[in-house]
Structures are given as structure tokens and as C-alpha cells.
Design a protein. Structure first.
Length: 485
């Protein structure tokens, strides 16, 4: 083999030599400001997130949309970015809860005085790839996605709130754990995330599924349903839930009549086959593990075949879904039971939402879309498919009020996941308060270093979240952080 001498002890062949010439400029290029070698940047789609400046930033990854279109790759041109669709107003309330909490904290003279919190928010569209994309955007700054560099010099990111689904939270947790940034999820509940060896920086404001699945078994046994069907989405949450539920159900002396997967890679989610199995089954009680956004094709198929004599048992991910209150689903899912995430009133949140400013700032696109979703209307501007005289198109006026929409108002009056997002922000704020107090033993800073308290490291915030806010070391929940205010 031909070799070329590179050093007295290292020899490379022609292929490796070519790779060296290609990579050498990158290895010698330092990321400073906006200057970079044109050939050294890996092409990635531009990150579209929301940003509000502050002394300290709190990141958030939220599925404002719950579906996406992945375009076919031709391999002769750059692939089109993933298109997000199906905006969900209920999830938009999570975003507003985060903004509400940050504004509330900034106005509180007793919590983080002389420190202004800002935020970075990214729409994951319930896609693990986009969730990771948003995480890298926050860690790197600007539109770059390069680890080990932070090109945005204003604001120090304390950690990230999110994501909702376990399948999105897991890749985020692996990256954030590597760099020591704390992550607090408001809905990811699979027990795997309690493993401190794999996920040292992961916390959550929702209990682990270990508790929920055992509770669902007790619920089934309470009604003497000893012969039940089981449906599960083919992701980490669904498959983990199905496995634990079956194990616990057998221990209780009951049996599973059938098990079917809701297949996310198929447009129909395997719904026609599942409905056929349900129709032929003798089991009348059916347990379903999955996010509501993943269940829509199945719900539609059940309605189409007029399946009305079954009792559905819902996991917490869809037990309080707005879908269940839609007219077309009421007949089929009347009598559905399950466990719900703990709810608690957020004083001032309704007034915050009813003020127009909460829908006109900080970003026009999300707020305009959310307004149209909430009130079923369209803003009259260029691009709106409005035809004068078409009574089917309702025009938004800006005078609509959320308290006139009963379905949405219920989610505001009894916030569940929304409250979990709110708690996560306060968990960060309380941890930062103790970290920046510069009073031993709450702070890693020495007294002479107190003038540099904003120059903290992410692992120091992680430690404060764990110790000062009393997050369970097993990642299995959070105390009522807001009660410490």
C-alpha cells in the first residue's frame, strides 16, 4: 500500500490523506463572532425559535404543532426542511404559561432581584429530530448548531424546559446530560428517564409511569375487568406502558385479551386492523397508551364503524384531551375513564391570556396562528383564502375572548400540563435564587467571587435544582416549588 509520511510515527494512505486536506481548514478554524471558513459549516436548516433577551435565559422545547410532513429526499439537491402542521391551542397554553411565569418572576422583588429572566422557545412539532435541533440551537446560539461553541454572547442559559413526549425528551436528555445542562420535562413520564447513570441532568414535574401503570391496574381490578384489550403507540411511552401494565395485570390475576400497536409510521396508524380486532374481541374494556395527537386516525375509525359498546381506559397522556369533548367523538368515548395530571389554579393566568398583549407578543406568527385556532377564524391579510360573501369563512376581529369559548376556558380554569410547565420555570428560578445568593452552603461561589455570580456553570444550576428545589434524585417528581415563593 502506498503511504505518505506525515510524522515520524504516523502513516496514512491516499484516502486518509485526502480526508486530512479536507478537514484541516476546519480543525484550524476558530468560531469567533461571525467569521468562519465557508467550507467548514455543516448545512442545517435554519432554526426558527422565539427569543427574549435577559441576564439569564430559560430554554423551552414545546410541541406547538403535533404533526409534520417529512419531504421525500431526491439526493440531487438539499432536502426541504420538515413542515410542521396541526397547531394545537391546548399546547400553546404551555408556551403562554412559561411566558407568564417568567414575567411574574421578573416582577417579584423577592425572587432573583436585579436579575432579568429571558427565554428561548422552540417548536418541536412532536418530532425527536426537531426537538434535538432546537436543543442545539439553544446551546450554540443564533442559527448555529455546533456543540462546544456558544456564539450568542448575551444571556446565560440556565437550562431547558421540555419536551412533552418521552421520545423527544430522551435524545435531548442525552445531549444535555453530556454538557451538564439541567432539563425539566413537564410530561415525559417513562421510568427509563429516572436512570441517573444515563440521564444525570433530567428532572420532571410529573410522576414516573411506574405509579400510573400500577394505578391503572388497580382501577381495572376495582371494576372486576379480568379480560381486557390493550392498545399502545409504538414509541417509548406506549411500549413501555404496555409492558409494565401487562406484567402488573398478570400479577393481579387478570388477563390481556389482545395487544395491538398503533403504528406511527403509517398514515392510518394501523387503525383499520385494530378496529377489526376490537369488533371481534370479547373483551369490553380496552386500555390505550399514547398521546392524543397519535390517536386521531384510530378515533376516527372507531367512530366510522360505530363502536359504542366498549369502555376505554385512558392513560394520562390523553385522558383530559380536548378531543374527547368534540361532538363527533362523544358517542363513542362517552364513559371513558383514566387518571389525569394534577391541576391547580394559576392566579392571574386567565387575565394574562385575556389581555390582547399576550397574543400580540413576543412573536406574531405563533400568536396569530393560536388566535385562529382558538376562535375558528382567519385574519384578513395577504395569503388568507378568504372569498367575500363566503359565509363559511369567519374573519377574526381581535375582540374575541377566551372566556367565551367553553372548551378552551376549561383548560385555563383547571390547568394540568400547563401548570407543570409553570412549576418547571419556578423550579429553575428558585434554584437560581439559591445559587446566586452567594451564601454558603447554597452556592458554589466563594465570597470573593460574588461579583461574578452570573458566570455560573450549567452543572451548578443542575446541582441547585436537585438540592434546593427538592427534585427527587430518582427523577420521579418535584415538590410544589411555587409554594416556596
Amino acid at each position: 500500500m502506498n503511504t505518505s509520511k506525515l510524522s515520524p510515527h504516523v502513516y496514512v494512505g491516499p484516502t486518509w490523506r485526502l480526508a486530512w486536506y479536507l478537514l484541516a481548514p476546519c480543525l484550524m478554524t476558530e468560531c469567533t463572532g461571525t467569521q468562519e471558513a465557508p467550507g467548514c459549516r455543516i448545512h442545517t436548516p435554519a432554526a426558527k425559535g422565539l427569543y427574549r433577551a435577559g441576564d439569564i435565559l430559560i430554554g423551552a422545547v414545546l410541541p406547538l404543532h403535533v404533526d409534520r410532513v417529512v419531504h421525500k429526499t431526491s439526493f440531487d439537491s438539499l432536502p426541504d426542511p420538515i413542515t410542521c402542521r396541526t397547531f394545537v391551542f391546548q399546547n400553546y397554553l404551555w408556551f403562554q404559561a412559561l411566558v407568564f411565569a417568567i414575567e411574574e418572576i421578573n416582577k417579584n422583588p423577592e425572587l432573583l432581584p436585579n436579575v432579568t429572566l429571558g427565554f428561548q422557545i422552540y417548536d418541536s412539532c412532536a418530532d425527536p429530530l426537531l426537538a434535538l435541533h432546537g436543543t442545539l440551537w439553544m446551546l450554540s446560539g443564533q442559527d448555529r448548531h455546533v456543540l462546544n461553541f456558544r456564539c450568542q454572547r448575551e444571556g446565560h442559559i440556565a437550562g431547558i424546559v421540555g419536551d412533552a413526549g418521552s421520545s423527544c425528551s430522551i435524545p435531548m436528555a442525552r445531549v444535555l446530560g453530556l454538557y451538564g445542562y439541567p432539563q425539566i420535562s413537564y410530561l415525559a413520564s417513562i421510568p427509563l428517564l429516572s436512570d441517573r447513570n444515563q440521564f444525570p441532568s433530567f428532572f420532571r414535574t410529573i410522576p414516573s409511569d411506574d405509579f400510573q401503570f400500577r394505578g391503572l391496574v388497580q382501577l381495572v381490578m376495582h371494576f372486576n375487568w379480568s379480560w381486557v384489550g390493550l392498545l399502545a403507540v409504538d414509541d417509548e411511552y406506549g411500549q413501555n406502558g404496555a409492558q409494565i401494565f401487562q406484567t402488573e395485570l398478570k400479577k393481579a390475576g387478570a388477563c390481556v385479551a389482545f395487544t395491538e400497536n398503533i403504528i406511527l409510521s403509517r398514515a392510518d396508524r394501523n387503525a383499520p386492523h385494530i378496529v377489526q380486532v376490537i369488533r371481534n374481541a370479547t373483551a369490553n374494556a380496552i386500555v390505550i397508551f399514547g398521546l392524543d395527537s397519535h390517536l386521531v386516525p384510530l378515533l376516527d375509525e372507531l367512530v366510522k364503524h360505530n363502536i359504542t359498546e366498549k369502555v376505554f381506559i385512558a392513560s394520562e397522556a390523553w385522558s383530559t384531551s380536548a378531543l374527547l369533548s368534540m361532538d363527533k367523538y362523544v358517542k363513542t368515548f362517552s364513559g371513558t375513564i383514566g387518571f389525569a395530571v394534577y391541576s391547580r389554579e394559576m392566579i392571574g393566568f386567565k387575565e394574562f391570556l385575556n389581555s390582547n398583549r399576550s397574543f400580540t407578543s413576543p412573536n406574531g406568527y405563533f400568536n396569530e396562528t393560536s388566535w385562529e385556532s382558538a376562535f375558528g377564524c382567519k385574519w384578513p391579510h395577504q395569503g388568507t383564502s378568504f372569498v367575500p360573501g363566503n359565509n363559511k369563512t369567519k374573519i377574526c376581529t381581535g375582540d374575541e375572548r377566551l372566556d367565551k369559548n367553553s372548551d378552551i376556558y376549561d383548560h385555563i380554569s383547571s390547568p394540568r400540563v400547563t401548570y407543570n410547565v409553570y412549576k418547571a420555570v419556578y423550579a429553575f428560578a428558585i434554584a437560581l435564587q439559591d445559587l446566586l445568593s452567594c451564601r454558603p452552603p447554597n452556592t458554589p461561589f466563594s465570597q470573593k467571587g460574588c461579583d461574578q455570580i452570573l458566570a455560573f456553570h450549567p452543572w451548578q444550576v443542575r446541582t441547585a435544582v436537585c438540592i434546593e428545589v427538592h427534585l427527587d434524585i430518582q427523577g420521579r417528581g418535584i415538590s410544589q416549588a411555587t409554594e416556596k415563593r
